[in-house]
Write a protein that binds this ligand. Structure first.
Ligand SMILES: C[S@@+](CC[C@H](N)C(=O)[O-])C[C@H]1O[C@@H](n2cnc3c(N)ncnc32)[C@H](O)[C@@H]1O
Length: 551
């Protein structure tokens, strides 16, 4: 049962809000944290305080307090930890030792930092220094294990090994391995094969390099294995049992389409080999919000009264399902999640079940065949998908046909200006005939890391550089179209769609835009953003993410 708020609660809350108005982020966080410590059910406050943590600057004075807040959130699984990754990393022993420039390769203080373990388990590591450090110690562990009898050392780093193995699974073994390591790995595998029972340390070392669910000779042993350690059992669930479950779910999925379009077929194979995006935990949304209020607040349009009281929502190209969490939490929402990748859908089905989300149905269908669902929708979300179709216009037509007359739609498409370096890199890959195999992609990525070529810089900054599926999606995609805002304007006119506005533009970009275009409605004018983009071509590096309705 929820506790009734006390007078203390209201006092602390209003003090926190006062500090926030005074721009005293530390003071505000301190107040809000003192409430949340005893009651995490204030979901809005819980999420807002995480947002403050992500925005706040860390300095000597607030270091310890920031670390406490950081651990508070990273121990839970209710936020999208990736948003706090950079801040969290700054609070680790790894960053502290870098500043003192005394980071020995194997340093137990760095390795046994609880916060580092949490980061490894919950974020993709978007940091090449940390990646380089982890690659070095991974190799050292392997050497040490194979050359010494003393396993005492490994019991000291047991929890770190679990966390690193989970990270390697999360990033799909994207770290390049040297020939020397490949040989050492063969030795390790021979040792493992000879053993009758599971040795946890050698299993963990192996899983720094390979997905355990694909190591056939361990399958029966791992199926029957239960550790004394909850951490190890959780690790096994994540890297071994869950992927097997997903495979079974995928096998039972019925296909509505026959995927006869040749590009759909190619995309199906790509996203079945590499489901996108990789995610493990995501934010706990506020339940039962009114979608009428929400859509009005973001699109600023006058809606028909109560139009979204019982919203039918289509997520087209839903991938691994992270978008379902937020949309399914709206009052009376019914979600239809469609994709052409069975593996992505299977992941999404398992995750939504685990999270007890009941108002979602998944369909294995090509967007081109949406009419076969015999359903119309109040709201359609289609982000990062149409530009991977043979002809995005055909995809858009299929969406328009299933959008109700007063419905609204969120689209996200690639910007040709923002992606100029990516386009250059894709051509480079084509010219060099680099094939889309795991080895070739890892090799190429390794070359990019050491290369001084400036074209690679924005790519290395993208979070998608840090896991194999995301990396493939970023620069090895079979098909992608890019657009300019002029082209989008023409396309929308042709399809009789009205542009409403962009979805959540970064506040720094928006402030800069407003200094150039200060009138009230300017920020919703696509023509002005088109001018702005010519001045700042990386504005839409993520994508053009915008709202439309039928005109
Ligand atoms: C880059 S992912 C985007 C996933 C998700 N919408 C997001 O924003 O994170 C593109 C997704 O679209 C799916 N997709 C591509 N073409 C499709 C088509 N013709 N029909 C259905 N899904 C498609 C892919 O399988 C993949 O899951």
């Amino acid at each position: 049962m929820n506790k009734q708020p006390t007078d203390d609660y209201f006092e602390t809350l209003s003090l926190g809000n006062k500090k926030l108005r005074e721009n005293d982020l530390n003071g505000a966080m301190l107040c809000f944290h003192s409430i949340l410590k005893t009651n995490k059910n204030h979901i809005k406050l819980y999420l807002n305080n995480f947002d403050l943590f992500c925005r706040n600057k860390i300095n000597k004075e607030n270091f310890n307090f920031s670390k406490k807040i950081c651990e508070f959130y990273f121990e839970d699984n209710f936020v999208f930890h990736q948003l706090g990754f950079k801040k969290a990393l700054n609070l680790t022993e790894f960053s502290a030792s870098k500043k003192k420039s005394n980071s020995q390769v194997i340093n137990l203080k760095i390795i046994n930092d609880k916060l580092l373990h949490l980061i490894l388990k919950k974020c993709l590591l978007v940091d090449l220094n940390l990646e380089s450090y982890l690659k070095k110690i991974r190799k050292q562990f392997l050497k040490k294990f194979l050359s010494e009898k003393d396993t005492n050392f490994f019991s000291k780093i047991y929890f770190f090994l679990i966390a690193l193995a989970e990270q390697c699974f999360l990033n799909e073994y994207i770290y390049f391995e040297s020939n020397e390591e490949s040989k050492l790995l063969l030795n390790l595998e021979q040792k493992i094969k000879k053993r009758k029972n599971i040795c946890e340390i050698s299993t963990l070392l192996l899983s720094l390099y390979k997905p355990l669910n694909k190591v056939n000779y361990l399958e029966t042993k791992l199926n029957n294995y239960v550790s004394d350690s909850k951490n190890f059992n959780d690790f096994l669930k994540f890297v071994f049992k869950d992927p097997k479950k997903d495979k079974k779910i995928g096998e039972t999925l019925k296909s509505i389409s026959n995927f006869s379009n040749k590009i759909s077929k190619l995309m199906k194979s790509q996203y079945e080999e590499n489901p996108y995006p990789r995610w493990r935990f995501n934010l706990r949304p506020i339940q039962e919000q009114d979608l009428n209020v929400y859509i009005k607040s973001i699109t600023k349009i006058d809606l028909i009264k109560n139009y979204f009281d019982n919203p039918e929502i289509l997520i087209a190209g839903s991938g691994t399902g992270h978008q379902i969490l937020g949309w399914s939490a709206f009052k009376n929402a019914q979600i239809c999640a469609v994709d052409l990748s069975k593996d992505s859908l299977a992941y999404s089905i398992r995750k939504t079940k685990e999270l007890n989300i009941k108002n979602v149905n998944h369909f294995h269908i090509d967007i081109l065949d949406l009419k076969l669902l015999r359903k119309k929708f109040n709201l359609i979300i289609c982000t990062g998908c149409l530009h991977h179709m043979e002809n995005p216009e055909d995809g858009l037509d299929a969406l328009i046909k299933v959008l109700k007359p007063e419905g609204v739609m969120q689209l996200a498409l690639y910007s040709k200006y923002a992606r100029s370096e990516i386009e250059w890199t894709r051509k480079y890959i084509e010219k060099k005939k680099i094939s889309v195999t795991t080895n070739q992609m890892k090799l190429f990525r390794n070359m990019m890391i050491t290369s001084k070529n400036k074209k690679f810089l924005p790519i290395k900054k993208s979070p998608d550089f840090y896991s194999l599926s995301n990396f493939r999606d970023l620069i090895f995609n079979y098909t992608e179209h890019t657009f300019s805002l002029n082209q989008i304007t023409k396309l929308l006119e042709k399809k009789k769609l009205k542009f409403l506005n962009f979805n959540s533009i970064d506040s720094n970009i928006l402030n800069n835009f407003k200094t150039l275009y200060p009138s009230a409605n300017d920020e919703n004018r696509i023509d002005l953003w088109s001018n702005y983009e010519l001045m700042y071509p990386k504005t839409f590096f993520g994508m053009y993410n915008f709202w439309v309705k039928k005109s």
